[in-house]
Each structure stands twice: as C-alpha cells, then as structure tokens.
Design a protein around this ligand. Structure first.
Ligand SMILES: [Zn+2]
Ligand SMILES: [Zn+2]
Length: 216
C-alpha cells in the first residue's frame, strides 16, 4: 500500500450547473460506495461514491455568483438569510444560500439549490469531517489514487446490480464500530439535546453549517 499521497494542488469539484464548487487540500484516496436506497435515488445509479472523512476545515466552498470566498458580494445576493447565514460574512452566506440541505436524525446532505447535484454529507456525531460526493470531483485535477475502501448498506443494494469481486469489505449497514459511534451519539442527544425534535434538528443543521463554512 502506498502511503497517503499529499495532493500537489488542491483537489476541486463542482455541481453540474457550475454554481457551487469545492476544493480541498486533503488527499482524496478512499472511496466508500453506499448502496442505500436514498443514495441510489439521489444518484440515479446503483450506489453513491463518497470520499469519506475529509476534514471540513480543509474544504473551501465557492459560489459562482461571488467567484470565490472572500470576493465582495452585492447586497442583493444577501437576501433570504437563514438564522445562521445572517451571522455569516456575506460571501460565505451566499454559498450557504446556494445550497439546499436534507437531514435525517443522524446526518445531513447538501445539494446545489439550482441543479440539485448532491455535493456532500456529514454525520452529526463527527461534524468535523465531511464526505464529499466523489462524482463531483474534477478528474483532471486528480493526481492521487482513489481506492475503494468499503461497500456499505449492501442490505439495500439494487437487485439488478451485482458488486464485482473487488476484494474490499462489505457491510449490510454501517461498519459495526461506526454504527456503535452513532448509537452512542444518539444516546447523548436524547439526554443533552433539546427535547423538541424540530429544535434539535435545527440546532444540528446550524452546527454542521458552521463546521463546513466557518474555517477555523
Ligand atoms: Zn448546480
Ligand atoms: Zn447511502
């Protein structure tokens, strides 16, 4: 096995309409193929490939309307602020406003608001990391080697698709250790989080957005 290569330059990707782009200084080397029904529906394919566990603070999100984070944003682009984006620098708020989010009780996915390309997801119990959707990566920027690390949620695999003999681990749901991490996190939420489910979800989404967009 090669040691993890350091990218010569940031890796980049974008949604299909080009509104949202990302770049990361992290190496992208491991791919998790998720066969869950939601990933199949979102991707329209037998599975959705994620570059997992990318530190969120190494990912820079940009929005075409502002050309890049740090670029000036016109006041008209700052309308419709959500509770969090109203507290964000305007150039970052415009990125947040260009995304739409879908959350479950354990994770959140982000999509381009314009073309609905699935961009990334993150688990609330490990909010410092983000899983980038690999299909959005610009191949011409890639100078490493992506290896498939696991197939997950094979219990929901499409009946018309057979996983090839690639020699990597397969899990009916999450890997057991990760399943346990999620379970423990849920327990702490039940004790420490807001009792109102809606409030809890809103707070978690704000927390994730802060992780993604406020680079510390
Ligand atoms: Zn788009
Ligand atoms: Zn999935």
């Amino acid at each position: 096995m090669n040691s993890t290569p350091t990218p010569k330059k940031p890796l980049t990707g974008s949604c299909s309409c080009g509104l949202i782009s990302w770049s990361t200084t992290s190496p992208v080397t491991k791919a998790t193929f998720c066969h869950c029904k939601t990933c199949r529906q979102i991707s329209g394919a037998p599975f959705l490939a994620f570059a997992g566990s990318i530190p969120a603070n190494t990912v820079t999100w940009t929005c075409r309307s502002t050309s890049a984070l740090g670029a000036p944003t016109s006041p008209s682009e700052q309308s419709h602020s959500t509770s969090m984006s109203s507290s964000l620098p305007p150039e970052i708020a415009s990125v947040v406003e260009s995304m739409t989010f879908a959350q479950t009780d354990v994770a959140v996915r982000a999509f381009c608001k314009s073309c609905r390309t699935s961009l990334c997801m993150a688990y609330f119990c490990r909010s410092e990391d983000v899983d980038l959707v690999l299909g959005t990566m610009d191949d011409d920027e890639f100078d490493g080697h992506v290896r498939i690390s696991s197939h997950i949620f094979t219990s929901q695999k499409a009946g018309w698709y057979e996983i090839g003999d690639d020699g990597v681990e397969r899990f009916e749901r999450f890997p057991p250790a990760w399943e346990e991490t999620i379970r423990q996190w849920k327990d702490t939420q039940a004790i420490d989080g807001p009792s109102n489910e809606h409030e809890r979800g809103a707070a978690l989404l704000e927390m994730i957005k802060a992780r993604w967009f406020l680079r510390k």
